[in-house]
Structures are given as C-alpha cells and as structure tokens.
Write a protein that binds this ligand. Structure first.
Ligand SMILES: *[C@@H]1O[C@H](CO)[C@@H](O)[C@H](O)[C@H]1NC(C)=O
Ligand SMILES: *[C@@H]1O[C@H](CO)[C@@H](O)[C@H](O)[C@H]1NC(C)=O
Ligand SMILES: *[C@@H]1O[C@H](CO)[C@@H](O)[C@H](O)[C@H]1NC(C)=O
Ligand SMILES: *[C@@H]1O[C@H](CO)[C@@H](O)[C@H](O)[C@H]1NC(C)=O
Ligand SMILES: *[C@@H]1O[C@H](CO)[C@@H](O)[C@H](O)[C@H]1NC(C)=O
Ligand SMILES: *[C@@H]1O[C@H](CO)[C@@H](O)[C@H](O)[C@H]1NC(C)=O
Ligand SMILES: *[C@@H]1O[C@H](CO)[C@@H](O)[C@H](O)[C@H]1NC(C)=O
Ligand SMILES: *[C@@H]1O[C@H](CO)[C@@H](O)[C@H](O)[C@H]1NC(C)=O
Ligand SMILES: *[C@@H]1O[C@H](CO)[C@@H](O)[C@H](O)[C@H]1NC(C)=O
Ligand SMILES: *[C@@H]1O[C@H](CO)[C@@H](O)[C@H](O)[C@H]1NC(C)=O
Ligand SMILES: *[C@@H]1O[C@H](CO)[C@@H](O)[C@H](O)[C@H]1NC(C)=O
Ligand SMILES: *[C@@H]1O[C@H](CO)[C@@H](O)[C@H](O)[C@H]1NC(C)=O
Length: 419
C-alpha cells in the first residue's frame, strides 16, 4: 500500500486513530504516556484499530515503554512506521513468565508480528531496545536460561518487509523469522554488546543477529550486526534464503544449524546463498553444525540424535579479519550441556546428508591464536558429505602456511585436496 505523507502525521501527532472510516485506510499515531508507564495497551489498541489496511506510526523522538508482551497478530496490508524508540522493561520475572512461547529451543518472544503484507519501516531512526544487559549478566550463570526475550519476530508472516530499523541490546536472539514466507529484511542495524564482553565473551551467548526457522523465501540484505553469537543462523526448516552485504562484528559467523537437536526429527536446510559478507573478529566463518548421535539432556542446550539434510548452499565473497576459529567449518559434535556428554566418536551423528555445499572466494586473515587451520571439515562417519567445493580460499594466518583439514568429505583427502 502507499504510505501516507509523514508531515501530515506529525502535524496531527497528538491525535489518535484518525479517519477510521470504512472508505479510507485507518491511520493510528500511537500515543506515549510519557511517564515511563506501560505503553503496550496503546500499542495493542492501535494494531487492533489500524492493523488491517491501515497505517500505524510510532512517533519520532518518542520513547515507548513496553512492559507487556506484544503479540501483534492477524495483520494485513499494514504500513508500520517506527520513528520512535521501543524500550523493553527489565522485569526479568515478567518476561520469563509471559513471553510469547515457541517450541523450538523453548524460545520466548517479546514482540511478534503475524499476518500478511506487513510493511515495517524504521526510516533509519526507529530503535528497538531490549535493554539486554540484565539478561547477559544472568546468562553468565545459566547459559540456557529460560525466557530470555527476543525483541523482534516475524512469526507466521507472509509477504512482509522490515527495513531501516535498529535493534539493540536484545535479551536473546535479535531478529527471528519463524514459520514465514516471502520475507525481506533490509538495512537492519543490530547491536547487542555487553559491558562485560572482553572479560566474559560467554555472556553474549545466544545473541544471534538473524535466525530463520521453518521459513521459506527470505532475503536478508545490507545490514550490520555486532552481537556475540551467530551473525545469521539458518535453523531447521530454512529454505530458499538469500543473504547479501552484511558486516558482522564479534559474531560467531554465518551458520547452518544447529541441526539434529531433536531426536526423531528431520531438519531440512536447502537453497541458501550468503554472499558479500564481511566478518570482523568473528569466531567462525561460514559453517555447519549438528548435534551428535545421542540425545543427552534437553533443549535449549542439550539434545541430539536428530537427522537431516543440507543441500545447495553457497557461501561466496567473504572478507574475514581476525577470525579466531576456522573460516570454513563443519562440525557434527555440537553440544552445550557440559557434563557427562559422551564423546562424539562414541555416538557419531547418524542420518545426515550434506550435498552441494560451496565455499568460494574467502580472503582475509586469521587471529594468531588459530594456528594455521583455515578449513576444518569433520563429517561424521555416519553422514554423507558429497558435492563439496572450495574455490579461492585465501584466508591467511599471520605467520605460517594455511592448512586445511577434511574428514569423511567425499572426493577429498584429509588435507582437502581432491582425490
Ligand atoms: C526530533 O529530534 C531531532 C533532534 O533533536 C529534531 O531535529 C527533529 O526535528 C525532531 N523531530 C520531531 C518530529 O520532533
Ligand atoms: C483475523 O482477521 C480475519 C479477517 O479480517 C477475521 O475473520 C478473523 O476472525 C481474525 N482472526 C483473529 C484471530 O482475530
Ligand atoms: C522445553 O521444551 C521441551 C521439549 O523440547 C519440553 O519438554 C520442556 O517442557 C520445555 N520447557 C519449558 C520450560 O517450557
Ligand atoms: C512478496 O512480498 C512482497 C512484499 O509484500 C510483495 O510485493 C510480493 O508481491 C510478494 N511476492 C509474491 C510472489 O507473493
Ligand atoms: C551494504 O550495506 C550497507 C549497510 O550496512 C550500506 O551502507 C551499503 O551501501 C551497502 N552496499 C551496497 C553495495 O549496497
Ligand atoms: C533459491 O533461493 C533463491 C533466493 O530465495 C530463489 O530466488 C531461487 O528461486 C531458489 N531456487 C530454487 C531452485 O528454488
Ligand atoms: C536415536 O534415535 C532413534 C530414533 O530416531 C533411536 O532409534 C535410536 O535408538 C537413538 N539412538 C541413540 C543412541 O539413542
Ligand atoms: C581480534 O579478535 C579478538 C577476539 O575476538 C579480540 O580480542 C581482538 O581485539 C581482535 N583484534 C583486532 C585487531 O580487532
Ligand atoms: C548447487 O547449489 C547451487 C547454490 O545453491 C545451485 O545454484 C546449484 O543449482 C546447485 N546444483 C545442483 C546440481 O543442484
Ligand atoms: C571476492 O570477494 C571480495 C569481497 O570479499 C570482492 O571484493 C571480490 O570482487 C570478489 N572476487 C571475485 C572474483 O568475485
Ligand atoms: C550419499 O549421497 C550420494 C549422492 O546423493 C548418493 O549417491 C549415495 O548413495 C549416498 N550414500 C549413502 C551411504 O547414503
Ligand atoms: C606466530 O605469531 C604469533 C604472534 O603474532 C607468535 O606468538 C608465534 O610464535 C608465531 N609463530 C610462528 C611459528 O612464527
């Protein structure tokens, strides 16, 4: 739908829900109480009044205090202009009890949009602030702490767009796309940093930039991500995803997975392209991770012995600076529950197929701590890794010669040379 003139809206910004006539698209400018009391009721009201065929504005230079979960469902043909700031409360107890639950890894969402033709535009000034420090501090003690809120999710959304928006200090993952189709995320600025990051990089665990889950036909482009965990993670059910022009700082890299966390479940990831990616001080480059072949403990940290297929994946044009693990990586031994997890060799991941995966044109340098390994691909002896291609991998260790390591990769010896 065609956006309304901004000037018009600002002029009437003290009005609320203008022109809700049947013959015109309804317009809602959301009022903020201005006294730090909960603005969620006003936000929910605006989405009820204008969420179908209307326009909703979070006003410029306005802070909306959100102390109640926002399940903004059943929207259609709606233009949402995020000109102000949403500030989530730090009431840990509230969010643990009331976040919007999704079964995968027991995640909890603070604000979710569902429906179709949802057009969210931050006009490069809208900010969503999760005030995550309280969660990072808690997470240090309990890695998989239940209820860490995700501040922004498109969930059961089709034909929708989010752009020109800043998301910061998220309690957990930043931007999550769940059970959605035909989604564009463009020009999103994500920054979740901890005041304790240098001393405890672990307290930013689980602060992924973007996650896709059971979603198809998604584009993520022209974005900046500074967070402690995966820059983008293609989780189970991610198909036909296109990612281009991202700068990722202090992240764990571009990830497929973790897969295979749920016993008896088959995880599909198919047709993924990630190109023109700059990774600064990242842990990994472009990588695939699965759990091993036995289920130990429970999600979100534990699990395992699921199966799956990863097919038609292209990682291309990666520029990497100061990476601390391997730019090119597969590992099938993921587990985040520390004790009494049997060695992967005892229960190798079973029932995975990786087919047609390409790493192409990787340049840059590694952190001295990495040693010289720039590729480390370890497929489980019970997986099927075929159709792998490495072209123009030129990421250099500061001293020494780059080495590659391949295990059970069809068509390559242990030094990743074609046989
Ligand atoms: C918002 O604040 C900026 C900076 O103070 C100012 O330039 C702008 O005019 C303000 N916009 C509105 C709509 O008040
Ligand atoms: C969603 O909107 C449709 C049509 O506008 C309506 O029929 C339906 O009852 C709504 N569903 C919910 C859960 O509000
Ligand atoms: C987390 O999910 C598991 C299933 O994977 C379920 O058994 C468990 O009850 C959930 N925990 C919470 C706190 O919801
Ligand atoms: C995908 O979504 C966009 C944005 O809403 C829409 O313009 C486009 O028509 C949709 N594409 C299809 C194939 O439905
Ligand atoms: C890449 O994205 C950044 C925003 O992160 C933008 O400033 C830049 O113009 C984009 N580059 C291209 C070639 O589109
Ligand atoms: C693969 O995904 C891309 C990007 O979403 C899409 O344009 C393309 O049509 C898909 N290819 C196939 C074979 O489905
Ligand atoms: C893995 O899961 C399968 C069912 O999907 C089960 O038959 C098998 O016993 C499990 N393996 C282990 C080591 O628990
Ligand atoms: C390299 O990465 C390490 C670990 O992430 C970080 O401590 C260090 O400051 C980075 N160095 C540069 C020059 O960015
Ligand atoms: C392999 O994957 C690439 C990138 O996703 C795709 O373009 C190509 O068609 C795939 N090849 C086959 C044989 O499926
Ligand atoms: C390789 O990737 C870099 C960006 O990392 C890009 O500037 C360069 O053009 C690419 N080379 C080719 C041959 O595409
Ligand atoms: C591995 O995959 C290839 C290619 O799809 C297939 O030909 C082969 O039969 C598979 N092997 C096993 C053991 O699944
Ligand atoms: C490589 O460089 C690091 C620091 O830059 C140094 O500690 C290490 O001794 C060097 N290793 C070799 C083999 O030169």
């Amino acid at each position: 739908m065609k956006p309304h003139g901004l000037e018009f809206l600002l002029f009437f910004s003290s009005w609320y829900c203008l022109g809700a006539r049947a013959d015109a698209s309804p317009v809602c400018v959301i009022p903020a109480a201005g006294d730090e009391s909960d603005d969620s009721p006003a936000i929910i009201q605006a989405f009820q009044d204008c969420g179908k065929g209307g326009q909703i504005t979070f006003s410029a230079n306005t802070t909306y205090y959100v102390q109640t979960v926002l399940q903004l469902h059943n929207l259609s043909n709606v233009q949402i202009d995020f000109l102000g700031t949403i500030l989530f409360s730090t009431d840990v107890r509230y969010w643990i009890q009331h976040g919007s639950y999704y079964h995968f890894q027991n995640i909890s969402i603070a604000m979710e949009f569902s429906g179709e033709y949802i057009n969210i535009d931050g006009h490069s000034q809208g900010v969503i602030d999760g005030q995550g420090q309280v969660w990072y501090d808690l997470a240090l003690g309990v890695g998989g702490l239940f209820g860490r809120p995700i501040p922004f999710s498109l969930r059961n959304a089709n034909h929708s767009i989010a752009r020109n928006l800043e998301i910061k200090q998220s309690g957990k993952w930043n931007f999550v796309i769940i059970e959605s189709h035909n989604i564009t995320a463009d020009n999103i600025f994500i920054s979740s940093t901890s005041d304790d990051f240098q001393a405890n990089p672990g307290n930013l665990g689980n602060t992924d930039g973007f996650d896709t889950l059971y979603s198809d036909d998604v584009r993520i482009t022209n974005s900046y991500i500074n967070s402690g965990d995966d820059c983008v993670s293609f989780k189970p059910g991610s198909t036909n995803i296109y990612v281009q022009n991202l700068t990722c700082v202090n992240t764990a890299g571009i990830a497929v997975g973790s897969l295979g966390q749920y016993q008896g479940q088959f995880d599909l990831v198919e047709n993924i392209t990630a190109r023109d990616i700059k990774l600064v001080s990242s842990r990994n480059g472009a990588y695939i991770k699965t759990y091993n072949g036995i289920s130990v403990y429970y999600p979100p940290q534990g699990g395992g012995n699921g199966t799956g297929r990863v097919q038609n994946v292209l990682f291309e044009n990666f520029y990497i600076q100061n990476i601390t693990a391997a730019p090119v990586l597969i590992q099938q031994c993921t587990h985040w529950e520390g004790y009494n997890v049997p060695p992967c060799a005892d229960f190798p991941a079973t029932g995975f197929t990786f087919q047609n995966v390409t790493w192409k044109n990787f340049t840059g340098n590694t952190n001295p701590s990495v040693g010289t390994t720039v590729a480390s691909l370890a497929c489980s002896p019970k997986s099927n890794c075929t159709g792998f291609t490495f072209t123009d991998i030129d990421v250099r260790p500061p001293n020494g010669t780059a080495t590659l390591s391949c295990t059970n990769i069809h068509g390559y010896d242990e030094k990743c040379q074609p046989v």
